[in-house]
Design a binder for this molecule. Structure first.
Ligand SMILES: *[C@@H]1O[C@H](CO)[C@@H](O)[C@H](O)[C@H]1NC(C)=O
Ligand SMILES: *[C@@H]1O[C@H](CO)[C@@H](O)[C@H](O)[C@H]1NC(C)=O
Ligand SMILES: *[C@@H]1O[C@H](CO)[C@@H](O)[C@H](O)[C@H]1NC(C)=O
Ligand SMILES: *[C@@H]1O[C@H](CO)[C@@H](O)[C@H](O)[C@H]1NC(C)=O
Length: 448
């Protein structure tokens, strides 16, 4: 998110509950759907003993594959997993959200695998790790494995929350070796580059204390994300960020050949792209030092990532205009995925702010549906639009971790229904993951 919106610790008033009632499938559709689900998943339901082997997610051109079948992701963000796992009292929330996610038929959760120098830091100072916090991250991965949820793990923040690039720059500066106090020097200072590589290597080669599996060998991890929402305003040419992405993605591949890798971009087109004028939300978006095509084209980047924040990016437009923008934004990136990049494209964050004066929860459902429908159509046509991740899901009692985007999905029946129907229709298209069938059996048949 761009305009001053902090993704953590922003209190927001609870919005009132509106119970939606729109049935997605007509009754006849439901009946045949239920039969389909029974025929497809019945056996597995009977045979399920709680242990199904997970395999690595692979890529075949513009599609993800799991066990040789196309895989389109219904995913969500809960950035707070590691942080909460540190504290005994808050740890049950990890299980609660992962179990709830699995029950909703969701397959991938995006979360932070970093906390640099802040409260509950994983990296206390360069190369110095807090074992208690590492064990918390072990716990998160072990729990995700239990519920067959894969994790998209981000390795550093461009923003200030949980340390981020600014913390790396401050460390170098404090040690008297930093080139500059500008937080963008994170990308070009040899010292901060080394700090980051050291961090990455430690995380990727970490042996999970619960499962005994090194992170780089663990198929519970869907993919690595280099950095959340990178921008390098001091070099709008984009060369600085590009160079960093090339070096870091190559470095990660030298340690871990198992996992896919993405950048973590917001998806803006750079100044040389004609789409900077036609698709970008506003003029500023081309001058952030990032470029969706150039950054995602690198061979060491396996899939592209895009965020969707219409009310942060288009500040003076109606809801209908924002929806127009969102459609164009998604279709443009999916087109790029198919025709230019030849890689999957994932919409790894999307949300509407409850702080916006126009906000209402029904509009938010409409906005969600626009995105989910585009992914569904992409899946139906075997296109590159490979998944979407709600920003963000919480469990009850987490108000202090809510930004103005958080949702407790089971508190909003209409939203919950939207999410679960999307899980079911995706599974119907390409088949459910073998590890997911046990959840879909009850979920998708209960719709009838
Ligand atoms: C991989 O993609 C190609 C075309 O892009 C397709 O012909 C082939 O069947 C795919 N392989 C699998 C295992 O899906
Ligand atoms: C980076 O530095 C610039 C200029 O001082 C500042 O505006 C921006 O907020 C900083 N970003 C972060 C993430 O700290
Ligand atoms: C916002 O929209 C109103 C009415 O359409 C217009 O008068 C105003 O100038 C706009 N503000 C900005 C910053 O574009
Ligand atoms: C999509 O790919 C699957 C195989 O993975 C194939 O069965 C199906 O016909 C394809 N659909 C379209 C519209 O090409």
């Amino acid at each position: 998110m761009f305009f001053g919106s902090n993704k953590m610790v922003v209190k927001s008033p609870r919005s009132k509950m509106v119970i939606g009632n729109s049935l997605f499938y007509p009754i006849v559709g439901f009946a045949s759907f239920a039969v389909f689900i029974y025929m497809s998943f019945g056996d597995l339901w009977m045979n399920f003993h709680g242990e199904t082997k997970l395999s690595f997610v692979e890529r075949n051109g513009t599609q993800f594959l799991v066990e040789g079948q196309a895989f389109y992701v219904n995913g969500w963000n809960s950035y707070w997993l590691m942080d909460h796992a540190v504290d005994e009292n808050r740890r049950p929330r990890i299980k609660a959200i992962l179990q709830a996610g699995a029950k909703m038929g969701l397959t991938v959760c995006r979360a932070w695998a970093f906390n640099d120098g802040a409260y509950n830091a994983l990296q206390i100072s360069p190369g110095k790790f807090d074992e208690k916090v590492f064990t918390a991250l072990d716990h998160v991965i072990a729990e995700a494995r239990k519920y067959r949820i894969r994790l998209l793990l981000s390795l550093v923040n461009n923003l200030h929350a949980y340390g981020g690039k600014t913390q790396y720059v401050n460390w170098a500066w404090e040690e008297g070796v930093g080139l500059s106090s500008s937080n963008d020097s994170f990308f070009y200072d040899p010292t901060t580059r080394l700090y980051f590589k050291n961090y990455v290597k430690t995380v990727l080669t970490r042996k999970n204390t619960f499962t005994g599996i090194e992170y780089r060998d663990d198929p519970t991890i869907f993919a690595w994300e280099l950095i959340n929402e990178p921008r390098c305003l001091t070099d709008p040419s984009g060369d600085t960020l590009q160079d960093w992405i090339e070096e870091m993605s190559t470095f990660i591949k030298s340690i871990d050949r198992n996992h896919l890798l993405t950048v973590g971009l917001e998806g803006f087109y750079g100044p040389k792209s004609s789409k900077s004028l036609t698709v970008n939300p506003e003029f500023w978006a081309a001058d952030l030092g990032a470029d969706f095509i150039r950054n995602s084209e690198i061979p060491t980047v396996d899939f592209a990532s895009v965020h969707v924040y219409p009310d942060q990016w288009l500040r003076n437009q109606s809801f209908e205009e924002k929806v127009q923008f969102v459609r164009k934004w998604l279709l443009s990136h999916i087109h790029d995925g198919d025709k230019v990049l030849r890689k999957p494209v994932m919409f790894t964050e999307f949300g509407l702010s409850t702080e916006n004066k126009e906000f209402d929860p029904e509009k938010r459902d409409k906005f969600f549906k626009v995105i989910l429908d585009i992914i569904y159509k992409s899946a139906r046509r075997n296109l590159s639009g490979a998944g979407s991740f709600f920003w963000q899901f919480l469990v009850e009692g987490m108000e202090e971790y809510n930004d103005d985007f958080g949702i407790v999905p089971w508190e909003r029946p209409s939203t919950y229904q939207l999410i679960t129907e999307h899980s079911c229709r995706l599974a119907k298209l390409h088949g459910a993951l073998s590890t997911q069938k046990v959840y879909l059996k009850s979920l998708c048949s209960s719709h009838s």
